[in-house]
Ligand binder design. Structure first.
Ligand SMILES: O=P(O)(O)OC[C@H]1O[C@@H](O)[C@H](O)[C@@H](O)[C@@H]1O
Length: 838
């Protein structure tokens, strides 16, 4: 039975003695058919603040006494609601004592289960210790308030459109039965974004408040995964909700430390306004380090990665607050949004050279476990990124903004640091005890309150700042250091209280303060910054880092002009090379040598991904010189991961339309047999990519007279096809695996065809196992005529083989056919993973 909660003025509360609330029972009721959908417009009378005129930063309107605000949490039994939202609403109703609230939880759980679940959630997750100190309540009063709150949240199963009809008729009926007018309705969408549109439609159709009551829909990120999807989502929502009814929440904007940035800048305009520019600032660092991994939420995380998860939103918002012009009227949402948008639109295009990405080592195992994937499957989603931004305004000309975030790092810490230039040189060692700080680094640091208490630290070499009254000097141990500098170098101030960000934003939403939420133009402007970079990095493999404290210096970076480079020299997969200049992915990795040729190594994933990069880079010169890229792939288990990588990571970026796929060898079996090499390539790669049918060249092993019948002349046919289609009969790329016996393609040890140096394609009968069928293979003449040959060896089982190959004096190709691979006028590279090499 729905109930409502209303706080009374203090004297009434005393009179009530026990609860602090008035509780009125209401009777469930049937459908209210008068609720009509309406066209959402910016000037909808249902949406206060809907005019295009500037809206003050303060409340759009004060809640009406004797009115009720209905709060509906959709996804009310989910993780976010459990951890933050129910506490946030508890805090709100305790802070807003003059306002009556009705609370509803909705989820897809069956009615009875949902009701039980909600009771548990409220019992376990709402705590008096998290109520802001500003709420005047004794602990006993709070405990009693909590008891009442627990009973009063009404649960509704929300699965089908009809469920919204029932919910909303109940809301309506409850208000009518207690005789209160509705001030407004907050719908909190704590559900995945794909559900937003359907919910918004249901609300618009049957759940809008009547009369002049307002409606606010609070939406959690992610709002899309790039510009196009963000725009699509926004326009889908606008079919049902006006822009000023949409409150896109970014919880970082509710953090005390983040909220302090702009007011601090405004308060200290006299002190630092004159030096807040490129003449005085060396660089700005925006850092969000997390020590936790992604376990438990990989299903979500793997679709987004660190840049979409926290950098496009939280950190870009922080960058805007630091770099935007201070709005002339701080309390005008219009001025604020104008300046923020101006800044975002001045951020220069970011290229792959300005970014470095990483993935903690255990991520793939966690991913396999949570996504139920096999050993050969892999994910290259970045869990770490460093990105260098530049802003093309006179104020920020050439000032690097280094933004960085990562999971499973050494600590949890989030800050913005403004590092000033310092031309001061001290000939005599300065006496810091006497306040001589001129030679020390000049910096202003905002610790924004994630992993640390919100604190502002300003170097004593700068002017003493002004801070709001509620900020005070913290009692810090004199041996403490602040990002490596002794604490005595700073004026430091800490926020009096740190409020929970969700509670703060719930309150801001109740008051209609839309400047604390993300408008659709800002959202698109931010995605416009990130989308080209995300695309450019799509095929760049992340560097694997150990994770936790062991990460040590692995992720150190250096700003070189407009490029960001890894300082980790041993790393083979993270090295931004010049190939990026051509818009190509980096062929990263400083090769070592193996039998006097280039060696690329790393984990199996990294090795395969490097080979994929090499293939992609080779397509460019091939296509520009003869309009096509001809590659021959082998069969066997080893290349399966390569096929998977090409499919997963390069489906859209590899020039498949210009690519011709050939085979290095084939068994004499039907092409749909499990033993067929073609079948492997087809089922792992070709069927998924946009390659023209006519560019696929299986070996002709099954012709008129059956399988590999000499009378059909299969090898000659394949040779003729090669001669017809490939200029100079030179393959652009041949990928080879190596058998444990040293065979490549179907060139087996001690076989007579090994001495054949003229035929392009041959039958190969003498496979080691007598049971194996006859095969067809490219001969040495074709392989060694190629522009690039890559030999891929992975897995412990190949260690013995690699040990043998390490003996450079060993050159017997009859015994070890791989040793006969020596391109006449091309490049030979070895791709050997750590398991096989070490
Ligand atoms: O700094 P906070 O408040 O702990 O928030 C960090 C979290 O922010 C969320 O938005 C991200 O999805 C998480 O991946 C991240 O851990």
């Amino acid at each position: 039975m729905p109930l409502f909660i209303r706080h009374l003025p203090k004297d009434d509360t005393k009179r009530l003695n026990f609860t602090g609330f008035v509780m009125v029972a209401a009777v469930s009721f049937c459908i209210v058919s008068s609720l009509q959908p309406r066209q959402a417009t910016a000037s909808s009378p249902d949406a206060p603040g809907g005019s295009s005129a500037p809206v003050p930063l303060e409340a759009e309107e004060e809640p009406t006494r004797g009115s009720v605000v209905n709060i509906i949490v959709i996804g009310g039994t989910g993780d976010l609601s459990t951890r933050y939202l129910w506490q946030g609403f508890f805090n709100l109703i305790n802070e807003e004592k003059n306002q009556a609230f009705h609370l509803y939880a909705g989820s897809r759980m069956l009615q009875e289960d949902g009701e039980k679940e909600m009771k548990l959630i409220l019992e376990r997750n709402v705590s008096c210790s998290k109520v802001p100190a500003s709420v005047a309540m004794t602990p006993e009063e709070c405990e009693r308030a909590k008891e009442v709150y627990k009973e009063k949240v009404t649960y509704h199963m929300l699965k089908k459109p009809e469920d919204y009809v029932v919910l909303c008729s109940n809301i309506q009926h409850t208000m009518r039965s207690v005789g209160l007018k509705e001030a407004g309705r907050i719908f909190y969408f704590s559900v995945p974004a794909f559900a937003y549109e359907g919910i918004a439609e249901n609300i618009n159709k049957v759940c809008r408040p009547a009369g002049d009551a307002w409606l606010r829909a609070v939406l959690e990120k992610p709002f899309g995964h790039d510009t196009a999807s963000a725009k699509k989502l926004s326009s889908a929502l606008k079919e049902h909700l006006a822009e000023n009814e949409i409150y896109r929440i970014d919880h970082y904007l509710g953090k005390t430390g983040v909220q302090s940035i702009l007011p601090f800048r405004a308060l200290n305009e006299k002190n630092y306004g004159g030096i807040w520019n490129s003449e005085n600032i060396e660089r700005v660092e925006i850092v969000m380090k997390e020590s936790l991994d992604s376990k438990g939420r990989i299903y979500f995380y793997d679709k987004y990665g660190v840049m979409r998860d926290v950098m496009q939103n939280h950190l870009t918002e922080i960058m805007a607050l630091v770099a935007m012009e201070i709005p002339s009227n701080l309390s005008s949402i219009h001025d604020y949004q104008r300046e923020k948008l101006a800044l975002l639109s001045q951020v220069d295009h970011v290229t792959a050279e300005q970014a470095a990405i990483g993935q903690y080592e255990s991520y793939v195992d966690e991913w396999r476990e949570e996504m139920d994937k096999g050993e050969d499957d892999t994910s290259s989603v970045p869990t770490f990124a460093g990105v260098l931004f530049f802003v093309s305004s006179p104020r920020w000309k050439d000032v690097p903004f280094l933004m960085l975030s990562g999971k499973k790092l050494d600590e949890k810490q989030t800050y913005v640091r403004i590092v000033f230039k310092n031309s001061h040189f001290c000939t005599v060692t300065p006496n810091y005890a006497e306040g001589d700080h001129a030679c020390r680094q000049k910096q202003i640091i905002f610790f924004i309150g994630s992993g640390n208490h919100p604190t502002i630290a300003v170097s004593r070499a700068l002017r003493k700042p002004q801070v709001p009254k509620s900020w005070s000097i913290p009692d810090l141990d004199p041996d403490t250091n602040i990002l490596g500098s002794p604490v005595k170098d700073f004026y430091a101030y800490s926020a009096g209280v740190e409020l929970d960000a969700y509670s703060v934003l719930i309150k801001e939403c109740y008051h209609g303060n839309r400047d604390k939420f993300i408008g659709s133009s800002e959202l698109v402007a931010s995605w416009d910054i990130w989308t080209p970079l995300l695309r450019a990095l799509e095929d760049v493999p992340p560097m694997r880092y150990p994770g936790g404290k062991e990460t040590g210096r692995w992720l150190d970076m250096e700003i070189q002009g407009r490029r960001l480079r890894s300082c980790h020299k041993n790393d083979r997969t993270w090295n931004i090379e010049d190939s990026n200049r051509f818009g190509m992915p980096s062929i990263s990795g400083i090769p070592d040598t193996f039998r006097s040729n280039n060696l690329y190594t790393g984990s199996k994933e990294d090795t395969v991904s490097l080979l994929a990069k090499h293939l992609l880079v080779a397509t460019q010169s091939a296509i520009s010189s003869h309009g096509a890229f001809h590659v021959a792939f082998p069969g066997g288990n080893t290349p399966e991961m390569l096929f998977l990588h090409l499919f997963l990571r390069m489906r859209h970026t590899f020039p498949w339309r210009e690519t011709h796929v050939w085979l290095t060898d084939e068994r004499c079996v039907p092409l749909d047999s499990e033993l067929s090499n073609f079948n492997v390539i087809y089922s792992k790669l070709l069927r998924y990519i946009p390659i023209p049918y006519t560019n696929i060249h299986p070996m002709p092993v099954q012709l008129a007279h059956g399988l590999c019948n000499l009378k059909d002349g299969g090898p000659e046919l394949y040779s003729a096809e090669i001669k017809r289609l490939i200029p100079d009969q030179r393959f652009d790329f041949v990928v080879l695996g190596v058998g444990e016996d040293g065979h490549v393609a179907s060139l087996f040890p001690h076989h007579e065809i090994l001495v054949d140096k003229t035929n392009f394609v041959l039958f190969s009968d003498g496979a080691v196992q007598s049971s194996s069928p006859r095969r067809m293979t490219l001969g040495y003449s074709t392989i060694n005529n190629s522009r690039n040959v890559a030999i891929l060896i992975t897995g412990e089982r190949k260690r013995f083989l690699v040990e043998k190959l390490k003996q450079t004096h060993f050159k017997n190709a009859t015994e070890f056919p791989v040793l006969g691979v020596a391109p006449n006028n091309g490049t030979l590279s070895w791709f050997i993973d750590h398991d096989a090499l070490v």
